[in-house]
Design a protein around this ligand. Structure first.
Ligand code: LLP
Length: 384
């Protein structure tokens, strides 16, 4: 069953809804981003007193207006590819600190990362063993695998057995020997266990484990405890308790006070700021199901198909009308998995109605594809 969405969703305000309907009248499908919501989320995270530096994990949404808004809020940036480094360089001032945290990167990717001002993170023995001279004299960060993963879906857990991320702790001594031989200083330790985590205790454990490793290494100055801060997606799900998170972090920091604490959230900053607008194309009744077709699908938003992710869907044209049935909201892509939402209680749809798919500011447009050559999904930015 579907409980009502959180009352604070910006797109429910009548003035915003009117703007969105006007934008959809120009063209659909479209992603629309609400910058005041990005800023609100940024300020919430800045209230974490225990955190010394916040990086925005650019992969969640690379729109330049979002990068600029977060730079203005004082955020640093975490990038995973030369392309992301270039996107940040184009959008934000030189002064914003950068982290380059690639996984299974080619030697050429490291060369490009090292040519920027970014702090470069290694997460395997191979680069230091085979390309050690690249890193000679540099200060680097090292991502370790703490032996477990967390997250909203198996596919977004990035730690533990079966995950390709991080240096296993058993290889730390070998890594340090190679680093030493090349005059490389391990200045930071990093762990990111997964995405969509709502338990605040987790990051405290990560800090404690990294700090214990750092004590062994000696040269470490910062501990990057990753991102992964979740936002509730299902109705009725509790929000991440930031006050509890801060309390947990202050406690572990008191035990190991000599390290700077860094984080790198993506989703938390941008998920709620984005909506996807699409229009009703057709309806169909078949085998007891009612299908509501819209003019985009898994090509614009792959999260439901890939992770069974739940996104609220509303008929923006008929927001105040009562629901008349349960619908499968589907796109035009030639795959059975092209379902944006199942069993959605919605008002009686009419061709041309504007449908809104909520909470699509994170991992929406950036994961879209040209599949079926439906064309690129446009992005529009709203500010007050
Ligand atoms: N740091 C590292 C090293 C990461 O790999 C990620 C995300 C983040 C930070 C940011 O995580 P966040 O705060 O956004 O949870 N496409 C999936 C999520 C994949 C996340 C990949 N790594 C989804 O749509 O749920």
């Amino acid at each position: 069953g579907e409980a009502p969405p959180p009352a604070e969703a910006w797109w429910r305000e009548p003035a915003q809804r009117k703007r969105l309907l006007a934008l959809a009248a120009e063209a659909t499908p479209r992603y629309v981003y609400h910058l005041p919501t990005v800023r609100r989320q940024a300020r919430e995270l800045k209230s974490l007193a225990a955190v010394d530096r916040l990086h925005y994990a650019v992969k969640a949404n690379t729109h330049p207006a979002i990068l600029r808004a977060l730079a203005q809020e004082g955020f640093a940036f975490e990038c995973v590819s030369p392309g992301e480094l270039a996107a940040v360089a184009a959008a934000v001032p030189e002064s914003a600190p950068l982290l380059f945290t690639p996984n299974f990167a080619a030697r050429a990717d490291f060369e490009r990362g090292l040519a920027t001002r970014a702090t470069v993170t290694l997460d395997a023995l191979y680069p230091i063993e085979h390309w050690g001279e690249l890193f000679r004299g540099r200060e680097i960060s090292l991502r370790v695998d703490l032996g477990r993963g967390l997250g909203h879906h198996e596919k977004v857990r990035t730690g533990g057995s079966g995950s390709k991320f991080g240096l296993p702790v058993e290889q730390l001594d070998a890594f340090l020997r190679h680093a030493d031989a090349h005059g490389v200083a391990v200045r930071g330790l990093h762990a990111h266990l997964g995405s969509g985590i709502l338990d605040p205790g987790h990051w405290g454990e990560v800090y404690g484990q990294l700090a214990a490793l750092a004590e062994r290494i000696g040269s470490v100055a910062f501990l990057n405890i990753g991102g992964g801060l979740g936002v509730p997606s299902h109705p009725g799900e509790a929000r991440l308790d930031l006050a509890a998170l801060d309390a947990v972090l202050r406690k572990v920091k008191a035990a190991y006070p000599h390290y700077a604490l860094w984080m790198e959230p993506g989703r938390y900053l941008v998920a709620d700021a984005g909506v996807l607008l699409a229009r009703v194309t057709q309806t169909k009744g078949k085998g007891g199901w009612r299908y509501l077709g819209v003019d985009t699908g898994m090509n614009s938003l792959i999260r439901p198909a890939l992770y069974d992710a739940w996104h609220e869907i509303a008929n923006l044209t008929r927001l105040d009308e009562p629901a008349t049935g349960l619908f499968q909201v589907v796109g035009p892509i030639c795959e059975s998995g092209d379902v944006l939402g199942s069993d959605r209680r919605l008002p009686e749809p009419r061709e041309g109605d504007v449908m809104l798919i909520a909470q699509t500011g994170a991992y929406g447009k950036v994961m879209s594809s040209p599949y079926n050559l439906r064309g690129e999904t446009e992005e529009v930015v709203l500010d007050d």
